[in-house]
Ligand binder design. Sequence first.
Ligand code: NAD
Length: 473
Amino acid sequence: MNNELKFYINGSWLESNSVEQIEVLNPATEEVLGKITAGTKEDVDIAVEAATHAFQTYSNFSKDQKIAIFESIIKEYEARLPEMAEVISDEMGAPMWLSNVAQAASGLGHFKTTLNYLKSFEFEKDDDGFTLRKEPIGVVGMITPWNWPINQVSTKVASALAAGCTMVLKPSEISPFCAMLLAEILDSSSLPKGVFNLVNGYGPIVGAALSEHKSIDMMSFTGSTRAGIAVAQASAKNVKRVSQELGGKSANIILDDANIEKAVAAGVSHCFLNSGQSCNAPTRMLVSEANYDLAISVAKEVAEKTIVGDPKDENTRIGPISNKTQYEKILRLIQIGIDEGASLITGGVERPDGLEKGYYVKPTVFADVTNDMTIAKEEIFGPVICLIKYSSEEEAIKIANDTEYGLAGYVQGEISHATEVARQIRAGQITINGGNRENAAPFGGYKMSGNGREHGRIGLEEFLETKAIIAPL
Ligand code: NAD
C-alpha cells in the first residue's frame, strides 16, 4: 500500500500535519507490518468539511444513480477480494480460509445485500393523508473495531451510501489496512469525491473529535461498551443520533430434544471461530443436567482437535489473538476462571505446543461454571467456552437473560420448541440450529449491547430521517 501514512479525504490521499505514527503489528509474528499516522482534530475537521460539501449533491442522488455506484463498487471489490483477505489475515490474524470465505467476503456481501434492499426501497410514499419521506440523516462519523474489521466497516458504509449520507470513517488503529484498501476500492469506483473519507488514529483523539463535531449528524459506532458510552456522551452535546454495536455474552441453550453431540460440537466450534473474537460468539453453553457430562466430553474433544497455528497454514482452524492487550486480557480471565473454582477441562494459560511467537491461546473449555462467575459475566473475546448446567427450561431462559448484554442468542432443538424459547430471550438476534441469513437479518443489541440495528433493510433505515409533508386534503 502506497498511502499508508496518508488519509483519504475528498477523493485524494492527503498528508496530515501530525508526526505521530502508530505501528501495526502482525499478531502471528509480533513483527511490524506497517505504520499509520495518528490523526488529529484538524484532520477530522478537514474530512468533515469534505463530507459536508459532498452531502449537498450526494443526498439528492436518485436511486438509479446510487444503484450504478453500488454496481461499480461491487465490481472493484470483487477484483480485489483475494487482496482484501490477505490484508485482513496479516493485520488481525484470521486464518486464510476464514479471511477468504467470511472476513473479506462479508464486506462484499454487505454491498450486495444492501444493493438488493436499495432497489426496492421506497424513499417517498403516500401515507394516511400525507406524504412520508425518508431522507439521508446527513454526515455520519463511523468508528470500528479490529475483530471483523471490513465486515463492520462495510455494513456501515453500504447502508449510509444507500441512504444518501456522506461519511468520515475512523477504523481501528489495530487493523486499519483493510479499511484503507476499501478506500482504494471506493476511489476506483464511480463514487463522487468527498462522499467517503477516512482518518486514522486513536479513539480518544480522532474518535472523540468525530463524536464531538458539530457538523456530524450521526455517529455509528462498533466496539466495546466502554468506548460506546464515551461516544454517546460526547455526541449528546449536539443531539446526534448514535447507533452503538457493543459487546455480548451470548447464551447457547441446548434443549433436550436437540441432537446433543452435533449441537455441542457445532456450538463449541462456533465459539472458537475467529479465535473467539466475535461480539456475538456463543460463549455460555447451557446444557441440562441429563446431558451435561456428554456435553463436557464432546466439548473437550472439539477443543483438543481445534488446530491453532499460523494463519497461512491451510490446516489452521484458528489463528492468533489480534493484539497483545487482548491476548493478555484473555489469559487473565482464564486464570480468574481457575481461581474462582470453575473446572478447567482443557486449554489454559500455557502457550499452545510449538508456537513460541505470536499471540496464541489454547482453545479452552470450562465446566461447572455458574452464572455469577467472572468468566460467565465478562466478555472474554477469546477461544474460551463456559459450560453451565440448568435443571429446567425456565432456569435456562433465566440464565440466558441474566447478563448485562443482549446482542445474540442461540437455541438448539426441535424448531417450534426452539422458536418458543427464542421468543423469551432478550437479545437482538437469535439463531436456531445454525440458521444462516446474518447479512440480511437485523443485527444489534438489547441492554448494554447497544442501540440500533445494522444489516439489510433495517440497517439502511438507521441512516434516514423521517419527514411528513402535510397538505390540505
Ligand atoms: P474498542 O472499543 O477499544 O475500540 C473500538 C473502536 O473505538 C476503535 O476504533 C477505537 O479506536 C475506538 N475508540 C476507543 N476509545 C474511544 C473513545 N473514547 N472515543 C471514540 N472512539 C474510541 O473495542 P475493540 O477492542 O476494538 O473491539 C472489541 C469490542 O468490540 C468488543 O467489546 C466487541 O464485543 C465489540 N464488538 C461489537 C460488535 C457488534 O456489532 N456489537 C462487533 C464487533 C466488536
